[in-house]
Design a protein. Structure first.
Length: 51
């Protein structure tokens, strides 16, 4: 899968690395600011105390 993604991206290797870093940053941004807050509405953590 990673090989196929690497061959689909245009440009020399440094442009591909830059594109992949931007894609990873976009995915992490989407998870942190949209997906995780949405999921946290449905997950009720139990109140746990550590003694």
């Amino acid at each position: 899968m990673y090989s196929a993604l690497w061959h689909v991206l245009p440009g020399p290797w440094w442009v591909r690395v830059l594109i992949l870093l931007i894609l990873v940053a976009a995915v992490l941004y989407g998870l942190l600011f949209y997906a995780f807050p949405w999921v946290s509405q449905f997950v009720n953590p139990q109140e746990v105390t550590v003694e």
